[in-house]
Design a protein around this ligand. Structure first.
Ligand code: FDA
Length: 391
């Protein structure tokens, strides 16, 4: 079988590459070992796929080279993807500012991508393993469960390691290494953090509790909801900051974001001098958390017994609460994989390898990882578009 382009991985980035390359008249074959195309798209956004973010900027991405993503993002914007979604009459809504979700189901996005691919003449085959890839004269010889495939270009769109049960493998990293690429260390991102020992015991029984916080680690901060789970901490603020956290990195929470906590406590003392601290705190925080803070960390006394300096100290603590996480829940629940194929060895405009002509890398397999909120799909569409124009 001879093709101009073989795309390995029928996920978000691979399907977009196939659409764009197919529209240019390239003969495209997409192979995926999973039994369905776009499994992560189907799972995403709670089944409604947060397919883009209209506030996308390069600052929403983590990468050893923060400039790498700029060219592809500039040439395929959220509005380009929205135009495709609108052409297919898929209804969508904006949830948090900029975050766009399908009204109905993620299935519509996969259906749209497959329809666009078919329209562009791309062949998509699922349930097909790709075994070996060799560079030969004029391109690549690839051994697959479908038989031998020859292709002038190969696009590695195998994604990251998150959620192995959805088909994630490290195959893309193996191909990269085979052709002399550096693969930067990978770890789970956008993932719940775990607590252990006394740190977990202190949160015992608070599972299910949610509150707005500002979570800070590694120079980044995110103001959003935090959820206490039976294993540790989750919710959007924690998922976001998890991409900046590693064992040894300090994690701090502002438990009363946007509020001058010391002033609020002084006001509580003025209004209810006989009330205990836990009662006043319960007016500012979820009651169960206020009680636990006063059982474990803060002195619970009638408000009138606190001096100004003590309330100031307490306010400062509530605004910069240290948390000792023991780890993350890992790839089993992570939305993304940080790290990956080093972008220094890949062209930012074509996504082609600088080591092996005709070999391309798109999507999450690269060391480009978005924040939570539709940015990762926007990177998949944009990088797929850039490679699709170049293959
Ligand atoms: P993707 O993982 O989509 O596709 C890779 C494909 O390669 C898979 O189909 C896989 O089967 C295939 N493959 C792997 N190894 C192979 C091999 N050896 N041979 C053949 N095929 C192989 N992002 C976002 O922007 N908004 C959201 O709402 C969400 N929600 C979300 C929920 C959950 C539960 C997860 C896990 C992730 C998200 N994400 C997200 C992240 C987003 O899904 C992710 O960043 C993109 O799917 C990455 O697109 P890729 O095409 O690079 O990889």
């Amino acid at each position: 079988m001879e093709y101009d382009v073989l795309v390995i991985g029928a996920g978000a980035a691979g399907l977009m590459t196939a659409i764009v390359a197919g529209r240019r008249g390239r003969r495209v074959l997409v192979l995926d070992h999973a039994n369905k195309a776009g499994k992560k798209i189907l799972m995403s956004g709670g089944g409604r796929c947060n397919f883009t973010n209209t506030n996308t900027t390069p600052a929403n991405f983590l990468s050893a080279n923060p400039h790498f993503c700029k060219s592809a993002l500039a040439r395929y914007t959220p509005w380009d993807f929205i135009a495709m979604v609108d052409r297919h009459r898929i209804a969508w809504h904006e949830k948090s500012p900029g975050q766009l979700f399908c009204d109905e189901s993620s299935k519509l996005i996969v259906r749209m991508l497959l329809a666009e691919g078919a329209d562009a003449g791309a062949r998509v085959e699922t349930g097909v393993a790709v075994h070996r890839l060799r560079a030969v004269d004029g391109g690549f010889a690839v051994e697959t469960a479908l038989g031998a495939v020859r292709a002038a270009s190969v696009v590695v769109a195998t994604g990251g390691l998150s959620i192995p049960s959805l088909g994630a493998t490290g195959f893309g990293y193996e191909i990269a290494r085979q052709f002399g690429h550096t693969v930067l260390p990978v770890r789970a991102g956008l993932v719940p953090l775990t607590l252990s020992g006394k740190h977990q015991a202190r949160f015992e029984g608070l599972s299910g509790l949610s509150l707005p916080v500002e979570a800070r680690a590694g120079g980044a901060s995110f103001r959003d909801a935090m959820l206490v789970t039976h294993r540790g901490l989750s919710g959007p603020a924690i998922l976001q900051v998890s991409s900046y956290w590693e064992p040894g990195v300090d994690l701090h929470l502002d438990l009363l974001p946007g509020l001058d906590a010391a002033a609020a406590l002084r006001q509580g003392r003025a209004e209810r001098p006989a009330a205990e601290l836990k009662t006043v705190l319960a007016g500012l925080l979820p009651r169960r958390l206020a009680e636990r803070l006063c059982e474990v960390w803060l002195p619970n006394r009638p408000m009138r017994q606190f001096r100004d300096a003590e309330l100031s100290d307490m306010g400062a603590r509530l605004a910069d609460w240290p948390v000792t996480a023991s780890g993350t829940e890992g790839y089993r629940t992570a939305e993304v994989t940080l790290g990956g194929v080093d972008t220094d060895e890949v062209s930012s405009s074509t996504l082609m390898s600088r080591r092996q002509p005709g070999l391309f890398f798109v999507g999450e397999v690269l060391d480009v990882t978005g924040h939570l909120g539709g940015y990762n799909f926007q990177w998949a569409w944009a990088s797929g578009n850039a490679a699709g124009q170049a293959v």
